[in-house]
Design a protein around this ligand. Sequence first.
Ligand code: CA
Length: 229
Amino acid sequence: MTAMRVLVIEDELPLAELIQAGLRSEGLLADTAERGEDALWMAAASPYDVICLDVNLPGIDGFETCRRLRDAGVDVPILMLTARDAVDDRITGLQTGADDYLVKPFDFGEFVARVRALARRPPVRDPERLVVGDLVMDPVGRTLTRAGTPVDLSVKELQILEVFMRNPGRVLTRLQILEGAWDQGYEHRSNVIDVYVRYLREKIDRPFGRTTLETVRGAGYRLRVEGPD
Ligand code: CA
């Protein structure tokens, strides 16, 4: 399990970019596309937790997109974004298989709350803690400690370390790490993983005199499971 992944279909690019940046700053993965047709193949290609669909789109509109997604067997929760607070729009949206709707312009905080509520993985009330040796992560509160000492990580560093901590002792390829911690908007260059692993080692290993984030030659990386020295 990795970060929550959201697909946003919105043809107003400034709004789409704003939503994407906002979701990413919340630690979620966010892909965007401008056309309903894109939602059909993207939903088939990636495991999304929530799809946000603008109603007014070039090509097939949000309602038709929603209908086709459901016809294709996609059961991901769908949030419709409508510019009109028309009762007809709400009814049409829900009839086509949408789970919720939000009227534009909307408050971003409310948008994120709706997305989280719709996701199959609602926020854990008792913060879930990942424990590997003396590394303890709270992925919801986005905190990490090693041997009880807080370690300050960026959102991306936390997302990558979370992939390792959910697979302790397992060798992960660069591709597996990329898929676990990035959305499709990212240019997939495998050396970015090498760069982040170096950052992580500087924060979780070197200050503690440890070498738990190992290079496995020809394969990838592994978070070694070990207790305190
Ligand atoms: Ca639109």
